[in-house]
Ligand binder design. Structure first.
Ligand SMILES: Nc1ncnc2c1ncn2[C@@H]1O[C@H](COP(=O)(O)OP(=O)(O)OP(=O)(O)O)[C@@H](O)[C@H]1O
Length: 314
């Protein structure tokens, strides 16, 4: 899909205050076309504030924002034509039916009359809500509303898609479908930016991750690069004799003072340890006669990168 500008989103030096709170303090972000970029950070890090600014719904105090090549601050209407926005909470219009709701937005985006009905039907089928046609929006469940919100964001075939916690109300099947949908949009050339706290899920969706902390970008990594990083992670140990494992780990804790161990059914979780440290611990356990049946990283590479970032910033 031909895009304007080098990337879907290019924002530089964004600052935004709310009274005494500096929500964003010089944040930079680039969201390339054809990729899913994950926006990750602790509660209050500034993710929603950033997404609202990129969606042209909130003005920054300083900085520049380009959406599909358009200056979003000087020409917000042009930027809006190029972007789809899915907020974390669903808006109003509860009295409309599901199809009236989408038709309203198709109309607002200036879709030609003869295309509107077809587009609405195709979108409802895309988010598996065809059987809700004619039903009021207020009768939808939270997850169904999320899916309708996704359809709304796609009405005008945007080249840039911004999603704030899109998976939060979804059941497991809908999450898988959301993942597939975002991957296929990226494959079509759309620049997708998605914020979420569900790191394991993002790892399967995203090509890149931008880590935000206290209103600043503190990391920008390709997911493949993170997977190869040898950072300390937590490890899950399975044992035929969990009690002996717990006793042996209690001994090991003296030699590895930073190590924390948590009992799990049938084993324990320990960490943070590098791969080499985990192998060393395993050798100690085997030497102590503990029947170990499994040793595997407990979290994802993204989770490790995130924990490493927040560990140093506490
Ligand atoms: N309208 C507002 N008025 C005052 N303070 C605000 C407002 N919006 C955000 N803030 C503050 O700005 C900071 C960043 O908030 P933001 O909602 O962007 O964080 P977030 O990363 O999206 O958090 P979460 O993961 O909890 O959704 C927080 O300290 C928040 O309290």
């Amino acid at each position: 899909m031909p895009g304007q500008g080098d990337a879907g989103v290019e924002a530089r030096g964004i600052t935004r205050r709310f009274g005494p709170v500096e929500a964003l303090s010089g944040l930079d972000i680039t969201v390339p076309y054809g990729q899913v970029t994950a926006l990750v950070g602790a509660n209050g890090a500034g993710k929603t504030t950033l997404l609202l600014i990129l969606a042209t719904l909130l003005a920054p105090d300083t900085g520049t924002v380009r959406i599909a090549g358009h200056d979003a601050l000087a020409r917000p209407a042009e930027a809006r034509d190029s972007l789809g926005w899915m907020p974390d909470t669903f808006g109003v219009y509860d009295q409309l039916t599901v199809d009236e709701y989408l038709t309203f937005f198709a109309d607002a985006y200036g879709l030609p009359n003869d295309e509107r009905a077809r587009r609405v039907k195709a979108l409802l089928s895309l988010v598996h809500l065809e059987d809700r046609i004619g039903r009021p929006v207020h009768a939808l469940s939270r997850g169904q509303k999320q899916r309708l919100g996704m359809a709304r964001a796609l009405v005008h075939r945007p080249r840039v898609l911004l999603l704030d916690e899109p998976a939060s109300g979804l059941d497991p099947r809908s999450r898988v479908e959301l993942r597939d949908l975002l991957r296929s949009l990226a494959a079509d050339g759309v620049a997708v930016l998605v914020s979420s706290h569900i790191l394991s899920e993002l790892e399967e969706i995203a090509d890149r991750v931008v880590l935000v902390d206290h209103g600043r970008t503190v990391g920008d990594h390709a997911m493949a690069e993170l997977a190869g990083a040898s950072s300390r992670v937590r490890w899950r140990i399975r044992s035929l004799d969990p009690e002996r494992l717990a006793a042996a780990l209690a001994g090991a804790l003296d030699g590895l003072p930073w190590l924390e161990a948590t009992d799990l059914p049938g084993g324990a979780e320990v960490g943070p340890l590098t791969e080499a440290e985990a192998a060393g611990l395993l050798a100690e356990l085997v030497k102590a006669g503990v029947p170990v049946t499994g040793l595997a990283p407990a979290g994802s590479a993204l989770e490790s990168a995130y924990l490493a970032m927040t560990e140093t910033r506490r």
